[in-house]
Design a protein around this ligand. Structure first.
Ligand code: NAP
Length: 365
């Protein structure tokens, strides 16, 4: 497609903030808010259209936000297709995460001010738009120095990776974790957060013509071992597990045979957390894994976690704070991404649904 692929380290926020909203031309400021709207469920490229939208009243507790960028995640696609666990009322605006800058706040808003950089604390609010009025409680302020691509992709995948590495048993430095779809947004965050904690990762990916490049990229993020689904099935793989402890935790974003293979390598009483089903296949569990290994099978959904922790946002703020610290230290970078102007949304949607792309599509508003 010839569009630039950036690593997430490259685009920094400062130049954009330096221009600031005061720097925008009067014509740009008068531009009507627009968003990617769908009135029925179906294939995203067919049912979404870029339309002028009306903003909600600011009221006392509203926050007027100029959206800067927002990624296209698999759950956004499923929501538009109508197959996701939560569906907004129609017509709706696509997108569940992203980063924006506060333009104006309602008179009773205390936690945010004009110029603050914000991300969304909840899903289903529609981020593929140029402007929005969100409730104060749905926004989280993040530090200005965070690179934009990190900010835009912070609230879903790194949070999921963080919780899965924190909430399913104690992992000590030197312990190991095995995961499939290791090149996904979640997978890349798992690699980096685990590496920062001294936890070893065994990362399973699908074979592809440019495998070597992908292996190098994941290793540069801190992956200890990167292997293909096919290699994981071979008997020789036993050699690998002589060098590192058998994984206590398996993270499954794929399902099907890939999940069964993860289970085969899990340690006695280990846990497999399923968070995604990219193969659209169920998770077959051998009886022997349950009886002789006594493995635990769990699921995780970040949306539910955020809702359960919504009343007291302290845990969410702490997690975002820790993730921002890792970003500042250069230990957590955004997934490889491809930035696409909002008007070219169809290209972004298409690329996001293609296999072996290994780049997160980011819409620039
Ligand atoms: N439960 C939660 O809270 C939660 C939170 C975030 C994400 N998720 C889920 O996690 C999954 C990954 O999300 P993401 O944003 O990280 O994805 P992403 O960055 O778009 O990457 C998609 C990943 O899925 C792999 N994949 C696609 N089709 C596949 C197939 N048929 N078989 C095996 N692998 C396949 C891709 O591998 P290739 O490069 O080989 O194509 C890639 O690794 C999605 O299912 C998403 O809904 C769940």
């Amino acid at each position: 497609m010839g569009l630039p692929v950036t690593s997430g380290r490259v685009r920094m926020l400062k130049p954009l903030l330096a221009a600031g909203f005061r720097g925008l031309s009067a014509a740009a400021r008068r531009e009507r808010p627009r968003g990617l709207v769908y009135e029925r469920h179906g294939e995203p490229a067919q049912v979404l259209s870029l339309k002028d939208i009306h903003l909600a009243e600011l009221g006392d507790f509203g926050v007027h936000v100029k959206m800067i960028s927002a990624p296209v995640n698999p759950s956004d696609i499923n929501m538009i297709q109508g197959t996701y666990a939560i569906l907004p009322d129609l017509p709706a605006i696509g997108g569940n995460e992203g980063v924006g800058q506060v333009i104006e706040t309602g008179s009773q808003v205390t936690s945010l001010k004009s110029g603050d950089l914000v991300i969304l604390a909840d899903s289903g609010l529609g981020t593929w738009r140029t402007e929005a009025v969100f409730g104060e409680e749905t926004l989280l302020k993040i530090p200005q120095e965070i690179p934009l691509s990190c900010a835009a992709t912070l609230s879903v995948n790194p949070c999921t990776a963080y919780r899965m590495l924190s909430d399913f048993g104690i992992l000590k430095p030197g312990d190991s974790v095995i995961q499939n779809a290791a090149n996904s947004g979640v997978g890349q965050a798992v690699i980096q957060i685990a590496a920062a904690r001294g936890i070893k990762t065994i990362n399973v990916v699908r074979d592809r013509p440019n495998l070597h490049q992908l292996v190098e990229r994941l290793k540069s993020l801190g992956a200890d071992h990167v292997i293909t689904e096919e290699t994981l099935r071979k008997p020789e793989i036993k050699e690998l597990f002589k060098k590192i402890p058998q994984p206590k935790l398996a993270l499954n974003g794929v399902g099907g045979k890939s999940a069964t293979e993860l289970l085969r390598h899990l340690c006695h009483k280990g846990t497999m957390v399923t968070y995604g089903g990219m193969s659209k296949q169920p998770v077959p569990v051998p009886v022997s894994a349950l009886i002789f290994k006594n493995v635990k099978l769990c699921g995780f959904w970040i949306t539910q976690w955020k809702r359960e922790n919504a009343r007291n946002k302290e845990q969410l703020r702490d997690m975002i704070g820790e993730l921002c610290d890792l970003i500042r230290k250069g230990l957590l970078v955004a997934p490889a991404c491809q930035e696409i102007p909002l008007v070219d949304y169809r290209a972004a949607l298409e690329a996001s649904m293609k296999p072996y792309v290994s780049a997160k599509q980011i819409l620039l508003m």
